[in-house]
Design a protein around this ligand. Structure first.
Ligand code: NAD
Ligand SMILES: O=C(O)C(=O)C[C@@H](O)[C@H](O)[C@H](O)COP(=O)(O)O
Ligand code: ZN
Length: 363
């Protein structure tokens, strides 16, 4: 007997279908229902680190009568390339994968971003299901339909909005996650706390050590709260015409750091530094109070996330930020806070302000 999963609804928007995010344990039994009876073939995309999980899911689906193939991807950010997408397109072509067939992405955010992108582009769009296996994947990457790959010029520069047909967050998967990756996911949970749900911050501050482990007293509550923040935002603005930009809090600098580190930093670690930068920018712009700005550094440090970055890299970071998706023409745009849970856009800040905020995170 297992407890019934929590079901979080994501509304359809921009002509897309609504779907559910399930959070619980032993959820793989839900897969055939989501895949449906119109599909003949299923492709299970998984990273090398989850080879046995991917194969077990493939075998299960084959036993249910689907022609199931497994496609193994490189781990982490190495999978988010056009070459890996092309490898998947080839595998789908060779198995006569049609418009009624279904892709299942099993893995962290890098895997679900790639799997969703392959689903968005194959035959101009087939259905896909996300089975996130990292904290970050569950609370953020698998929800909301942003799919994509990196290019030499930067992070997530090619992609599509293509929501999944369902998201299965099996908390048992987190038990094998290295602590470094677990903690990286906390950055996006903390982001959800600062932009929308401060109760998240209270829970983490009360027990930062507990927040760092899958068996912590508030693990499922933290994950569910962050998913609800994301679900609510993407339900009203799938294609980022306005509100959705708040989910990019800390990301303008974070993506530049990731590129600068050739993706050897985890996304969440870069987002942690990026949020401290954004908080300082808000403070310098006269919008954010000192206590909330300082709270960023304190909570991120308490869970073991970085809050500084090499000080000599600023010119390169500034150059990369120019291709951030929020930039309009030559005007950089940042999400900052007007106060706790009051995100807003700061347009074209003075270069001196950016430099001053940078000085606060420079190691
Ligand atoms: N689409 C979106 O809205 C969105 C949102 C946030 C982040 N992202 C993207 O997500 C990516 C980061 O995702 P991530 O932090 O999950 O990292 P990741 O996908 O790179 O996974 C981290 C590592 O953990 C391994 N792994 C995954 N699950 C595991 C498990 N259960 N046990 C053991 N190892 C496991 C992976 O193979 C990888 O080596 C970035 O590319 C980021 O841009 C996308
Ligand atoms: O879902 C969104 O919208 C987000 O911005 C969530 C981010 O956490 C995520 O990293 C996203 O992939 C960044 O999007 P991008 O458009 O800046 O590439
Ligand atoms: Zn992110």
């Amino acid at each position: 007997m297992t407890d019934a999963p929590t079901r979080i609804q994501v509304a359809g928007s921009a002509g897309t279908a609504p779907y559910e995010v399930l959070v619980g344990r032993q959820l793989l039994g839900e897969l055939p229902g989501l895949i449906g009876t119109r599909a003949k073939r299923v492709a299970v995309l998984h990273p090398e680190a989850l080879a046995s999980t991917g194969e077990a899911i493939r075998e299960d689906l084959a036993a249910q009568g689907y022609e199931a193939i497994a496609i193994q991807l490189p781990n982490a950010e190495e999978s988010k390339t056009v070459e890996v997408a092309a490898y998947c397109w080839k595998a789908l072509g060779q198995t006569n994968f049609t418009r009624t067939d279904v892709i299942v992405g099993v893995g962290g955010g890098a895997t679900t971003d790639l799997a969703g992108f392959v689903a968005a582009t194959w035959l101009r769009g087939v259905r896909w299901i996300a089975v996130p296996t990292t904290v970050l994947g569950m609370v953020d990457a698998a929800v909301g339909g942003k799919t994509g790959i990196n290019t030499a010029e930067g992070k997530n520069l090619v992609g599509a909005f293509h929501p999944p047909a369902g998201v299965l967050c099996d908390l048992a998967a987190l038990e094998s996650l290295p602590v470094h990756d677990y903690v990286s996911g906390l950055a996006e949970i903390i982001k959800a706390g600062f932009i929308a749900d401060p109760a998240i911050l209270d829970l983490i501050e009360a027990d930062p050590e507990g927040a760092r482990t899958p068996g912590g007293p508030h693990t499922s509550e933290l994950i569910e709260r962050a998913i609800r923040v994301k679900a609510e935002v993407v339900s009203t603005d799938l294609k980022e015409s306005g509100l959705r930009e708040i989910l990019n809090y800390g990301h303008t600098l974070a993506h530049a750091i990731e590129k600068n580190e050739r993706y050897n930093w985890r996304h969440g670690a870069a987002v942690a530094v990026g949020m401290v930068f954004a908080a300082e920018l808000g403070r310098i712009a006269g919008r954010l109070d000192d206590a909330t700005a300082d709270r960023h550094r304190a909570i991120l440090t308490a869970v073991g996330l970085p809050v500084t970055y090499r000080g000599d890299q600023w010119p390169k970071l500034l150059e990369t930020m120019k291709v951030d998706k929020k930039t309009r023409g030559d005007r950089l745009r940042f999400i900052v806070l007007d106060g706790l849970a009051k995100p807003t856009v700061l347009e074209g800040p003075d270069p001196a302000m950016l430099l001053a905020a940078h000085a606060e995170i420079a190691a």
